[in-house]
Design a protein around this ligand. Structure first.
Ligand SMILES: Cc1cc2nc3c(=O)[nH]c(=O)nc-3n(C[C@H](O)[C@H](O)[C@H](O)COP(=O)(O)OP(=O)(O)OC[C@H]3O[C@@H](n4cnc5c(N)ncnc54)[C@H](O)[C@@H]3O)c2cc1C
Length: 378
C-alpha cells in the first residue's frame, strides 16, 4: 500500500485511536500534574495495547499512533513516544537479559523509560558530549557528569545514557548504557518548561556500570543514538501533524459559527483562504511523514534525509498552523485551558528537540552532497 494512501484498516484504526484518546486517555491526562510522569495514563496506554505496539510494528504505525493520539490528547501522545524513545535502544541493541528485564515492563507501563543524550555543553553538537565513563579498574566504568533537558527525568525508572568511553574520539568514542534509576550516585532534578511534559536534569557522581549495562558495542553508541533518531524523527513530524490537524479542525468549527460584519468569519475570503492554506500545508506535511516512515520500514538508503525532511517540514508547518489558528480565534484562544493555548505551548519544542530545524537542514544538505553523482556536480 503506498504511503500516500492509507488502507481502510489503517484509516479505521486511526479513527479508533482518536476516540480512545478523547474518551479513555483525556480524562486521565486531565488528572495528571503538569511536569510529572503520569503513571495512570501510562497504565491505560498499556491496557489499550499501545505500548506493546511500539515494539511490534514499524515506523508508519508509530506515526499513525502519534498523529491520532495528538489530535485528542497530546499528553498521552508524548507519554507513549517517550516510552518508545527511551526503550528503543534496548529493543534494538539490548542483550537478551536486558530485553527480558525491561521491555515487558515498558510495555505494561510499570517501567518509565528515558533517552539521555543532551548535556549543557552538547546539544545540537551531540558528538561533543562529555559525560565521562572512566574504567573502574575491573570490568566496568564509573559515569561522572551531567545530562540536561531529559524528558521523563528525574522520574524515569531507567535511562539510556550516552557516555564518553574514549576521550577525544568524537562520535567514535561514545558508548550507550542502560542505567537503572536506582544506581548509587545518580540523582536528578525537574526543570519547569513551557511545554507541559516532564523534563529534568541528571547528575552522575561516579555511577557504577558494567559490561552487562552496555547497549550494543563499546564506542559504537553514537550509532545507537542516531539509529533511534532516524526512527523517531518522522514520528515527531506525525505528532506535529496531529497538533496541526487539531488546530485546523478547531478553526473550521470556530470560523463557521463566529459572527462578525453581518455574517460569519468564514464569509471573509481572507479568513477562508487562510483556513485553506492551513489544510494544504498540513496535508503536505502528513504525506511527507508517511513517506519517510514507509522508507524507514522498507529499509531505504535515504532514510536520514527523508526523516530530517519530514521532521523539519511537519514541525515548522504545525507552528504556522497553530499560530494561524490562534489568530483566527482571537482572544479566546489565549485563555488558560483553551485547546489552542495548550497547543501553542506544545508546538514550540519539537522545532528544537531531536535536532533543531537548522540541524535537519544540515543533515539534508550533507546527504545531498554525499550522494550527488559527479555529472550532477558539474
Ligand atoms: C521539551 C524538550 C524535550 C527534550 N527532551 C530530550 C530528551 O529526552 N533527551 C535528550 O537527550 N535531549 C532532549 N532535549 C534536548 C534537545 O535535544 C536539545 O535542546 C537540542 O538538541 C538542541 O540543543 P541545545 O538546546 O543545546 O541548543 P544548541 O545546540 O545550543 O543550539 C541552539 C540553536 O543554535 C542553532 N544551531 C545549532 N546548531 C546549528 C547548526 N549546525 N547549524 C545552524 N544552526 C545551528 C539552532 O537555531 C539551535 O536551535 C529536549 C529539549 C526540549 C526543549
Amino acid at each position: 500500500m503506498p504511503a500516500f494512501s492509507l488502507g481502510p484498516e489503517q484509516t479505521a484504526w486511526c479513527a479508533e485511536l482518536r476516540t480512545l484518546a478523547a474518551e479513555r486517555l483525556r480524562p486521565l491526562a486531565d488528572k495528571g500534574e503538569p511536569g510529572h510522569v503520569n503513571r495512570p495514563l501510562l497504565a491505560e496506554l498499556a491496557r489499550l495495547g499501545l505500548l506493546a505496539r511500539l515494539f511490534a510494528s514499524g515506523a508508519l504505525d508509530l506515526c499513525l499512533m502519534r498523529e491520532s493520539l495528538a489530535q485528542a490528547c497530546t499528553e498521552a501522545e508524548t507519554a507513549l513516544a517517550l516510552q518508545g524513545l527511551g526503550a528503543h535502544p534496548v529493543h534494538a541493541h539490548g542483550s537478551p537479559a536486558q530485553r527480558e528485564r525491561w521491555l515487558p515492563r515498558v510495555a505494561d507501563g510499570s517501567a518509565v523509560a528515558a533517552f539521555a543524550l543532551s548535556e549543557p555543553g552538547a546539544g545540537s553538537d551531540a558528538a561533543a558530549l562529555s559525560l565521562a565513563a572512566e574504567p573502574d579498574g575491573g570490568e566496568g566504568w564509573r559515569l561522572t557528569g551531567v545530562k540536561c533537558w531529559i524528558s521523563n527525568a528525574p522520574e524515569a525508572d531507567f535511562y539510556t545514557v550516552f557516555a564518553r568511553t574514549t576521550p577525544g574520539a568524537g562520535a567514535r568514542g561514545v558508548t550507550a548504557f542502560l542505567v537503572p534509576a536506582d544506581r548509587p550516585g545518580l540523582t536528578g532534578s525537574a526543570l519547569e518548561m513551557l511545554s507541559p511534559h516532564p523534563i529534568g536534569a541528571l547528575d552522575f557522581d561516579a555511577v557504577p556500570v558494567g559490561a552487562d549495562d552496555v547497549l550494543g558495542e563499546r564506542d559504537r553508541g553514537f550509532a545507537v543514538a542516531m539509529g533511534t533518531l532516524n526512527l523517531f524523527r518522522p514520528s515527531v513530524g506525525a505528532f506535529a501533524v496531529g497538533m496541526a490537524q487539531a488546530a485546523l479542525d478547531a478553526t473550521v468549527a470556530h470560523t463557521r459559527r463566529r459572527e462578525a460584519f453581518h455574517g460569519t468569519l468564514r464569509d471573509l475570503q481572507t479568513v477562508s483562504h487562510q483556513v485553506a492554506e492551513m489544510a494544504l500545508r498540513t496535508e503536505a506535511a502528513r504525506l511527507m511523514v508517511y513517506a519517510a516512515a514507509t522508507a524507514y520500514d522498507e529499509g531505504a538508503a535515504d532514510v536520514p534525509k527523508r526523516a530530517a525532511m519530514a521532521k523539519l517540514l511537519a514541525t515548522e508547518t504545525a507552528q504556522f498552523v497553530v499560530d494561524t489558528a490562534v489568530q483566527l480565534h482571537g482572544a479566546r484562544a489565549l485563555r488558560r485551558g483553551h485547546l489552542l493555548e495548550h497547543l501553542y505551548r506544545e508546538v514550540r519544542a519539537p522545532r528544537i528537540y531531536e535536532g533543531a530545524s537548522e540541524v535537519q537542514r544540515g543533515i539534508i544538505a550533507k546527504e545531498l552532497y554525499a550522494t550527488a553523482r559527479p555529472e550532477e556536480a558539474r
